[in-house]
Design a protein around this ligand. Structure first.
Ligand SMILES: Cc1cc2nc3c(=O)[nH]c(=O)nc-3n(C[C@H](O)[C@H](O)[C@H](O)COP(=O)(O)OP(=O)(O)OC[C@H]3O[C@@H](n4cnc5c(N)ncnc54)[C@H](O)[C@@H]3O)c2cc1C
Length: 663
């Protein structure tokens, strides 16, 4: 919610400047390298970051949230913070963090924001003054012009204070699930209207700049976390949803998951006909291994896996065959070459070609019903100048496909879906351990993801984790680097070119929950409370450390806030013991999830599921769940293909419910 009246007092501003300059301080070093000297000497306030941060918080926070930040700054001011030396300020940050969980979370968030901007804020030429010292090259080329890459999806414009549109089917959310349903129902002649909260951005908008990518294409500008900061949430928010920014790892739904979901009441999931749906999805996305190439991070991962005797395979990617790995490293901010076969480039284009319309910048506020049946959707369209249109869509069929954070929130705001709405939130957890190698890795070059091993996928009761790797981006990565002092953090970042992050993707055993706050916004409640998940978390760290050691890393560190590191020559077994006994609570370690699922699950029991085995709500006819939130349980593999395949089936169910087969 935009509350522009938010502003810090002069006193609070002074404290914020001192705090940002503690996280990214000016440090004098004895070096003959002028670039390194300037980098170490450059503070957050030299780049104007405190004012940037105040502006961002003022724009995005509700009044009481902004006041809480002010309260935190007041608490620091009580220690005369702004007048202290850098050393004393650093100690004060640690002391205040240790004294109170809320202060610890607030300081961690401000530290993350400072570092994100320090390494990500572009200047007017699209560069950042800190990149040269750390050896990050920035995007290799400018995006194509809008003439070279025209926008070809049909967008419906609405204006004025109020507007009404009519459709046979209103699909809310245009990501992996919504796009497939829109395409299939439009293909057989339904009048389909897609509502999408994000904007329509394509190749000509994808500048390869991390920060711009997060702000324009990600849910919550890439800053979303669970309520207590225990996990960072990555999801797309643009026409095409997460498929526009994802890493293109296409994994078919495992057979044992298909059987498990069939036991939840999803008939036919074990049949050949369902296999054909997965085939159809893979084909439409041009999923292939021919274009898969291993960059230096993945070559290290492969060496580690080989040395341990573990099997692995190149991933199947939804990319066109002219995909050039040299330019792939930036595609988490959208693919400027159009090689990524995202939902925008495939299903949504198909939907549009069949006559479907999309209204972008549109937040669906609630679903409207009468006599236990859907009648439409009410939403708010926000225009470029900040003005809004209250939109009413009249439609007898509504498909909820807002992703697993926002789909349950939409149902909760609408008062429909029954007692299970928001429960059973599944978040595949991603842990990362970083290895530093003797030669440059340049982890921003090459394909973001290209190798997978499922050697640990069935550790306990079919729960475990995949081994994968990811690209190395300074703005994304720097907030997760252990921070004990600003100087030490900068020293680590000077070694940026040599770092390789390996990750695990864990199949969660426990579940989180989505609830609404007082303003009707989604709140994610999640923690490593489940014993199996905790054991997996520790095992994941340990196995990643072993892989780096086997691959020849000179140094290894986890993403614990308090540095937990090993240097070759030191006792490795003792290091692993320290990893096993390290804390894993909120703010102790950076955990990510790019896979949110299950909070509006399908199933046969209305007490424990939201939709029936076809995908229609138990309590309201005409409302269907069409995205990853429909999963009865976590699949344990990267979920895009499973979401699309299930949505492919749901489209048929929707068509059958009104007597017409889907195209
Ligand atoms: C960085 C990243 C990397 C990933 N890599 C992979 C990978 O390699 N392989 C893989 O299989 N998966 C990957 N994923 C996960 C995958 O992309 C997602 O699981 C998938 O896109 C989720 O599909 P969905 O339909 O559930 O929701 P989404 O694709 O998230 O789409 C939901 C859409 O709904 C919109 N929306 C939300 N609320 C509203 C509202 N109230 N009104 C209107 N619109 C709304 C959102 O803006 C969004 O565009 C990755 C995800 C990320 C973020």
């Amino acid at each position: 919610m935009a509350v522009m009246a938010n502003a810090l007092t002069d006193e609070r501003q002074r404290t914020l400047v001192a705090l940002c300059d503690t996280f990214a301080p000016s440090v004098e070093v004895d070096t003959h390298d002028p670039v390194e000297k300037q980098f170490m000497a450059r503070s957050a306030s030299d780049m104007g970051l405190p004012a940037e941060i105040e502006g961002m918080l003022a724009e995005t926070m509700a009044g009481e949230e902004f006041e809480a930040v002010g309260g935190l700054l007041d608490a620091l001011a009580g220690h005369e913070f702004a007048g202290l030396s850098l050393e004393a300020r650093t100690q004060a940050v640690h002391d205040v963090s240790a004294s109170d969980a809320a202060a610890c979370q607030g300081l961690a968030a401000l530290r993350g924001l400072t570092l994100l901007l320090f390494y990500g804020l572009p200047d007017e030429l699209g560069g950042n003054p800190n990149w040269e010292a750390i050896g990050y090259s920035g995007p290799p080329e400018a995006p194509p012009t809008s003439e070279q890459a025209p926008k070809t999806i049909m967008v419906e414009e609405v204006d004025g204070p109020e507007a009404t549109l009519a459709a046979d089917v209103c699909v809310v959310g245009s990501g992996a699930g919504g796009s497939v349903i829109a395409a299939r129902l439009a293909a057989e002649g339904r009048n389909v209207l897609v509502l999408e909260m994000g904007q329509y951005r394509n190749e000509s908008d994808f500048k390869g700049l991390e920060l711009v990518g997060y702000q324009e294409l990600y849910y919550g500008a890439g800053l979303a976390t669970s309520e207590d900061g225990s996990i960072a949430i990555l999801a797309g928010s643009t026409l095409g949803g997460g498929t526009v920014v994802n890493y293109m790892n296409c994994i078919r739904t495992p057979d044992h998951i298909r059987s498990e979901w069939a036991r939840h009441g999803l008939e036919g999931l074990e049949d050949e006909a369902y296999t054909e749906r997965i085939d159809a999805v893979m084909e439409r996305l041009n999923a292939n291994t021919e274009a898969t190439k291993q960059n230096q991070i993945h070559r290290h991962l492969m060496a580690g896996l080989d040395a341990q005797g573990y099997e692995h395979r190149p991933i199947v990617r939804n990319a066109s065959l002219d995909d050039d790995a040299e330019f792939c490293g930036y595609c988490a901010a959208g693919c400027p070459r159009g090689c990524k076969r995202s939902a925008m480039k495939t299903w949504l284009q198909d939907a549009s070609d069949s006559g479907a319309r999309a209204v972008v910048g549109t937040h669906a506020d609630r679903i409207i019903t009468a006599d236990g049946a859907a009648t439409g959707v009410e939403g708010t369209v926000t225009h470029a100048d900040g003005s809004t249109t209250a939109l009413r869509v009249e439609a007898p069929t509504v498909v909820v496909a807002c992703g697993s954070i926002e789909s349950p929130a939409l149902l909760l705001r609408s008062g429909i879906g029954g007692p299970a709405v928001g429960k059973n939130l599944r978040l595949h957890q991603a842990f990362s351990v970083v290895g530093s190698y003797d030669e440059p890795v340049d982890g921003f070059r090459g394909q973001v993801q290209s190798l997978v091993s499922d050697v640990f996928s069935g550790l306990e009761d079919r729960h475990g984790f995949l081994i994968e790797a990811t690209g190395m981006y300074p703005a994304f990565f720097s907030p997760g680097v252990p921070w004990e002092s600003g100087a030490a953090h900068k020293q680590t970042m000077l070694g940026y070119r040599f770092l390789a992050p390996f990750i695990t993707v864990g199949r969660d055993h426990g579940a989180g929950e989505i609830v609404l706050d007082d303003l009707g916004r989604a709140v994610v409640r999640w923690g490593l409370d489940d014993e199996v998940d905790m054991r997996m978390a520790i095992r994941a760290q340990v196995e990643l450390c072993k892989l780096h050691e086997a691959a020849g890393a000179a140094e290894i560190f986890t993403l614990h806030t308090k540095r937990l590191a090993w240097t070759r020559g030191e006792d490795f077994a003792a290091f692993l013991e320290r990893v096993e006994s390290a804390p894993y609570g909120p703010q102790d370690i950076t955990i990510f999830t790019a896979h949110q699922m299950g909070a509006c699950r399908m199933g046969s029991d209305p007490q424990t599921s939201v939709a029936d085995g076809r995908g229609q709500l138990h309590d309201v006819s005409g409302v269907w769940i069409g995205d990853g939130s429909a999963f009865p349980t976590a699949p344990g593999v990267n979920p895009m293909i499973s979401i699309m395949s299930l949505a492919h089936r749901t489209a048929d169910m929707i068509a059958a419910a009104s007597g017409v087969p889907a195209g």
